[in-house]
Design a protein around this ligand. Structure first.
Ligand code: BGP
Length: 468
């Protein structure tokens, strides 16, 4: 039986837009999601888990169930309703109160500055394709460091740059719903990495006591048939576009020659390019060695087969197993028919992929300082029966991934914590309210919380540190 270190953080993750609700309350500015979801008429960001009002209950539950960490994010448009300029004092006060409540319950807050929620005014202005918005983000970050710098020990600049850029421009999953625009995808990833680097440099100038990191979604790409050279190349290309591009920018600043070449060739096959502006590389290179930690979000791995056809996608946003389709021109097609269990949303449950990813970072980027697993968890249609929720598959999922993490620690990886996505059930961007992840079940009508079987399991884990 494996055991986690004594000082290891066992936390739960949330994000402002997915948890808080209160999207139009107390002077909060709009985000693109407000308009987009209203137009789609499927579900909205209200009420989410009403964390804006219920956070004392969630923090009390966290403490009672043995959690010693929480991921929260600061909604940029609660502080700057337009993204810049006028400040909203009620928004500023809210996060002071929330952070204080975390400390009161001995639950360490890890605070993200951007979790998919650019203010609408800036979003309409091009979001991170517009370089002026890089400046606005850095000003927002500086404001937060000055305002909350003595209360927050762990900062995160961006959550999942890849998901933002791919969701917006490649997969048509996030507003503005564009597809197969991989030039825009790479440009926006690059610009967000520059914004990240500049925020890190600002933070380090201020000489505060805390640490700063970034979170990437890092899911391994394997060849569908490892014997087939074409599948190996397909997996390598997809891995480079999704993982290596961001890891190189994060830890090296510049791209390795191979990464650079693959990105350029995939873009040129799609008749696209992207621009690196004067000064970008210097800032990225200066920030890389200053990074205190990398957060890894890991849910699944991907098996890629050689593909010659045109771009084609079907997103499984309803939990109808077997409906996912991802085929990318010049890269490859994702396969799902391996002997690997998957969730109703076709996410392959593969803890080995997390092990491989952690060990790869240790090997390929030896200047990393420490790692946190900042999201991992299982989307599941939980059954609520007489006030109890038996989510044994989720327990098995968490257990498998924690065992993989413990193994990497035994082999020398510096992994210091795990945040389950999600602390309580929250709103899911592309799936609404029927894809649940929480330790605590949320009745979205009454906003009552109910501990699931997994919450009791997590509690004994936090007491014994034994993964059993
Ligand atoms: C990550 C995001 C989270 C969360 C999670 C689950 O990519 O950082 O915000 O949404 O994925 O995703 P989903 O809700 O689509 O199942």
């Amino acid at each position: 039986m494996k055991q986690l270190p004594e000082n290891f953080i066992l936390g739960g993750a949330t994000a402002a837009y997915q948890a808080e609700g209160a999207t139009q309350e107390d002077g909060k500015g709009r985000v693109a999601w407000d308009t987009y979801l209203a137009k789609e008429e499927r579900y909205t960001g209200d009420p989410a888990s009403d964390f804006y009002h219920k956070y004392p209950i969630d923090l009390e539950l966290s403490e009672r169930f043995g959690l010693n960490g929480i991921r929260i994010s600061i909604a940029w448009s609660r502080i700057f309703p337009k993204g810049f300029g006028e400040i909203n004092p009620k928004g500023v006060a809210f996060y002071h109160d929330l952070i204080a409540e975390c400390h009161k319950h001995h639950v360490e807050p890890f605070v993200t500055l951007h979790h998919f929620d650019t203010p609408e005014v800036l979003f309409d202005n091009g979001d991170f394709l517009n370089r002026e918005n890089v400046d606005h983000f850095v000003n927002f970050a500086k404001f937060c460091f000055e305002e909350y710098g003595n209360e927050v020990n762990y900062w995160i600049t961006f959550n999942e740059i890849l998901s933002v850029a791919a969701g917006q421009y490649l997969l048509g999953k996030f507003p503005p719903n564009e597809r197969f625009e991989n030039g825009k995808m790479v440009q926006s990833m690059h610009n967000m990495m520059v914004a990240h680097a500049r925020a890190v440099l600002e933070y380090k100038k201020m000489d505060l006591n805390g640490e700063i990191g970034i979170i990437h979604i890092l899911e391994q790409r394997y060849p569908y048939n490892p014997e087939d050279e074409r599948d190996r190349l397909a997996a390598k290309k997809d891995d480079t576009m999704s993982n290596r591009f961001l890891l190189d920018r994060t830890f090296l600043g510049e791209l390795s020659p191979e990464t650079d070449e693959i990105v350029a060739s995939v873009l040129s096959q799609n008749n696209k390019t992207y621009t690196v502006y004067d000064g970008d590389l210097e800032e990225l290179k200066a920030a890389a060695p200053l990074l205190d930690f990398l957060g890894i979000n890991y849910y699944q791995s991907t098996f890629v087969e050689y593909y010659e056809g045109e771009n084609d996608i079907n997103l499984n946003g309803t939990g109808e197993k077997g409906t996912s389709l991802y085929a990318f021109k010049g890269i490859g097609e994702y396969k799902f028919d391996m002997d690997i269990p998957r969730t109703d949303w076709d996410w392959l449950i593969y803890p080995q992929g997390l092990y491989d990813m952690i060990m790869r970072i240790v090997r390929d980027y030896p200047n990393y300082k420490k790692l946190y697993i900042t999201e991992n968890g299982m989307g599941y249609k939980d059954d609520f029966v007489d006030g109890t929720i038996d989510d044994q598959p989720r327990i098995e999922y968490i257990k498998g991934h924690l065992e993989a993490i413990a193994q990497t620690i035994e082999e020398g990886a510096n992994v210091q914590g795990y945040f389950l996505w999600s602390l309580m059930d929250v709103f899911s961007w592309a799936n609404g309210y029927n894809k649940r992840y929480g330790l605590f079940y949320v009745d979205f009508d009454t906003q009552q919380r109910y501990p699931k079987k997994s919450a009791y399991w997590y509690k004994q884990l936090s007491e014994t540190r034994l993964i059993r």
